[in-house]
Design a protein around this ligand. Structure first.
Ligand code: 13P
Length: 280
C-alpha cells in the first residue's frame, strides 16, 4: 500500500517528463508542411465557388499541415466568406509597399487585412519579370506585408540561363539578401520562402526532388549563417509544376516544407491530392 502510493507520483512525474521532452522535441525539430495555391490571374465567381467548395470538402479532414489559397484581389471577399472558420487560409498575390496615397491601381496592405488575408505572395518571378519588380521593391513589399500583420511568401529562383551558367546559388542569395539586409534575419521567423525556379513554372518541367532539395538546403544554410534557430524553423516551399503525381517525392525531401502551386491549384481534386501528400 505505502509502496504503491509512493510509486504513483514517481510514475506520473516520469511520464510527465517524457511528455514534456516529446513536446519540446516536436517544437524544436518539426516544421509543419504548408501547401499554398497561387491562382494567378484565373477565376470567375461561379468557378471559384465550385473550386473552393471542392477544396474545403477534400481538405476538411486533413490534419498536421496548413493550407491556403492566394486569389486575385476581387475575389478576396468571396474567399473570406467561403473559407472563414475552415482549415484553409487565404491571401493575395501582391501588394503596394505604401500604406495609402495617390497610387492608381495599387492595393494597400491594410486593404488586404480588411479582408482577412493571412498570406501575401511577394516577388513572384512573374512580378519580377513581367512587371520589372526589383529586389529592392520586393523587399519593401515584404516589410510592408509584415508591418500589416501578414505572413509574406517571398519567392526566389533562377532562370534557365542562370542555371545553365551555374549561378543559381548566386541569384538566390542576392534575392534572399535583399530581405535579410533590409528586414533582418528575425523577420524570417514570420515569413515563408518559396523557391521557384523560373524554368519550372508553368512548363510542366519540375525540378527533380534532388535539384530542389539542393537549393532549399542552400537557402537554409544561408539563413543559418545569420541565425541557426530561425533557419531551422523556416518554412521553405517549392514551386514549379507541382502536381499530385510528383508532390510526395518533393515533400519527402529534408528541406522542402510544402509547395506553392500554380496550375494544379485550379483543379480541386488535384490540389486536394497535393494537400494530402503533405500529410505523409
Ligand atoms: P505552376 O505550378 O503552374 O508551374 O506555377 C508555379 C507558380 O508559379 C506558383 O507560384
Amino acid at each position: 500500500m505505502f509502496r504503491s502510493i509512493r510509486f504513483v507520483p514517481l510514475t506520473i512525474r516520469l511520464f510527465a517528463g517524457r511528455i514534456a521532452r516529446f513536446r519540446v522535441w516536436r517544437i524544436d525539430n518539426v516544421r509543419r508542411k504548408l501547401v499554398v495555391g497561387n491562382w494567378k490571374m484565373y477565376g470567375r465567381l461561379a468557378r471559384n465557388q465550385e473550386l473552393l467548395q471542392g477544396v474545403l470538402a477534400g481538405v476538411r479532414e486533413l490534419r498536421g499541415a496548413d493550407y491556403a489559397v492566394c486569389v486575385p484581389y476581387p475575389y478576396l471577399a468571396q474567399a473570406q466568406s467561403l473559407l472563414q472558420g475552415s482549415n484553409v487560409a487565404w491571401g493575395a498575390q501582391n501588394l503596394s509597399p505604401n500604406e495609402e496615397g495617390a497610387f492608381t491601381g495599387a492595393v494597400a496592405p491594410g486593404m488586404l487585412t480588411d479582408f482577412g488575408c493571412k498570406f501575401v505572395i511577394i516577388g513572384h518571378s512573374e512580378r519580377r519579370g513581367l512587371f520589372h519588380e526589383s529586389n529592392e521593391v520586393a523587399s519593401a513589399k515584404f516589410d510592408a506585408a509584415q508591418k500589416a500583420g501578414m505572413t509574406p511568401i517571398f519567392c526566389v529562383g533562377e532562370t534557365l540561363a542562370e542555371r545553365e551558367s551555374d549561378i543559381t546559388e548566386q541569384v538566390v542569395a542576392t534575392q534572399l539578401d535583399a530581405v535579410l539586409d533590409r528586414a533582418g534575419v528575425q523577420a524570417l521567423s514570420n515569413a515563408v520562402i518559396a523557391y521557384e525556379p523560373v524554368w519550372a513554372i508553368g512548363t510542366g518541367k519540375t525540378a527533380s526532388p534532388e535539384q530542389a532539395q539542393a537549393v532549399h538546403a542552400f537557402i537554409r544554410r544561408r539563413v543559418g549563417g545569420h541565425d541557426p534557430e530561425v533557419a531551422e524553423k523556416l518554412c521553405i516551399l517549392y514551386g514549379g509544376s507541382v502536381k499530385a503525381a510528383n508532390a510526395e517525392a518533393l515533400f519527402g525531401m529534408a528541406d522542402i516544407d510544402g509547395g506553392l502551386i500554380g496550375g494544379a491549384s485550379l483543379v480541386a481534386e488535384e490540389f486536394v491530392a497535393i494537400c494530402r501528400a503533405a500529410q505523409k
